[in-house]
Ligand binder design. Sequence first.
Ligand code: MN
Length: 748
Amino acid sequence: MSILTKEEKELIDEKFRDLLEHCQRCKTKVDQDLVRKAFNLAKEAHKNMKRKSGEPYILHPIEVAKIVTYEIGLGAKSIACALMHDVVEDTDYTLEDIENQFGKKIAAIIDGLTKISGVFDNKLSLQAENFRKMLLTLSDDVRVILIKLADRLHNMRTLDSMPHNKQMKVAGETVYLYAPLAHRLGLYAIKTELEDLSLKYHHPKIYEEIQNKIRDNEKRRVTQINRFSFPIIEKLENSGHKFEINGRPKSIASIWSKMQRKGVPFEEVYDLMAIRIIFEPQKGTPEKTQCWNIYSNITDIYMPKPDRIRDWVSTPKANGYEALHTTVMGPDGKWVEVQIRSKRMEEIAERGYAAHWIYKETGSEEGELDKWIRKIREMLENPESNALEFLDEFKMNLFASEIMVFTPKGHIKTLPKDSTALDFAYEIHTEIGNKAIGAKVNYKLVALSHVLNSGDQVEILTSDKQTPQREWLDYAITAKAKSSIKDSLKADTKNRIQKGKKILERKLKEFNLIPSSRIFKKLLPAYDVITKDELYSKIGTGLVTLDDLKKVLRKKSKNKWIRYWELQFGKSSDKKEDENRTNRPEKSEKFDYKTPFILRENIDETSTSYKMAKCCNPIPGDDVIGYRSEIGDLIIHRSKCPKAIKLMSREGDRIVSTKWTTHKILSFLANIRIMGIDRIGMINEITNVISKELNVNMRTVNIEVHDGIFDGTLDLYVHSTKDLNNLIMNLIKIKGVDSVKRIEAPEE
Ligand code: MN
């Protein structure tokens, strides 16, 4: 018993009649019978099914069949397959049933379609390379791919009725896999629609905004186009050409993608005019000749840009695209792109190679189609146009706020834009992040700070000896990575303190002492530290060895207190007051621009009371000043930083004078430039010197060699200017090195 109402049944039959009537390529009785037979089977198979929207299910295969024939230009066999594409997957009918009734060929296509769906449903994501391979193995017949594209297009057109999470998944796959595939096959109209629909679901606000702007600007645009076109129309008509001329409509997705890529507002993209001239071939004149005749007519009116001619008439693009493109200077003094093509070329441009068929009066369907299929297979099989090119196309489809990257196994991970290899490592697993030492991006070795792009394939290299580093916080951008690193650093600090505490207790025991406030009053100033924990921490890392503990304990405490005071507040003439104030050392943390703020090394590595300015990257030992921001942060600039000079002149009351204490645990980023004469082994020697230099960690090295001269920049982590100067001295000793300089302000 069917659940369909009488009205629904009538609607189904009406839609099917419509399909048959408008099918240019199934005019023979045999073809019509085939399509009808397929329709009857599908109707029966899906009779108790509804779509999420509440419509009878069979309407979906009918719509897919319409796309297959109207929009891609395929014939009866493909229509039959489109009608039955969900039968084996979703109903009790088996592949054998299909084969018995329709033969091997159609059964094979249905099999391919069923398998493709399976792959997409079971795995969340596919890597481009796998996608291509899968297409090749599952589709002996390229019609499988084309019908799948039609299926996807209809699903995108009706995505409204799906739940939100499903919408996101489908839209994501569409823009990253299906739209590039459609592009590859030369199906421009479908590619454009898929992209627009994906954008509509991914970024509904942006989509709507651009849509509205297009509407608002339409009149102005038409006027511009007309002004440009009238002289051309007149001239071409006088020369006897039959043609259409129109302003090429830009898709919403392509406008958005251009705005993103070039960082320009809507108007700037939209105002770039592109005109298309589609001509009817003149009897006896080759299309190519006519293209150039028209080109000649146009350039009589407008000046062409000499290097902007693209002749895809003589050598069509791999996907079949043919046209002559030129750019000319329009009446408003703006460049206008003009595309010249015949009606046949236009069909191919919009609908792919299958459209070719329409222009062959005698060509049999299979003959022409086979040619196209062979061409596509060649394209997919060609090792030179393989995954990398696919990935490039993916990259063009980027949305600004996020990137999609692949694991070595082909799973997609979505990360915020500007994520680094380190973020990716933590995205996979906290332990992978904690043990990460580097990464391979598209099989190339890179540092953890490497910024990822959409489509990258990323493999993380790990080592059991690795532990999270404080500088990782400088280039981890996801919340997950940051909090994992901080947790681990906090645990480190705690361990260090525990270790230091034990060492100190053991040492004191040798003198029959136990830790007491009296003893700390001696120890803290002696070792240039302010808190007990700081002392423990420095002992724990071995920065304080306690070799002179006996001497320290014996010394009278009073002098030490003065030293301590000086350390905290600078030299003061009024020493009486010192005694009172030293009981509250926290005071020194408060902003006060009369006495210098002490930039001490904070042992809790995740929270510092001051921040280094990104513009000049100060390191301990530099001449610095502090700037108190509106929200209360103290930002440290180098005194010669141009930004600091500006701040000092404008907002003097926010300037805080500052002073360094010794820094031995934390590292700071410094950039140096190194130049000289290249020789064999030079770069090796440079990196050797750096890695041997104590207290210096390399972040990135970038050395270029031109005509025997090398010029490189190094990003390094150092504890202080002292360490940096040592390194610079050692680098300059290398034979051939001409100059080594710290970069004062990173180039913009
Ligand atoms: Mn379907």
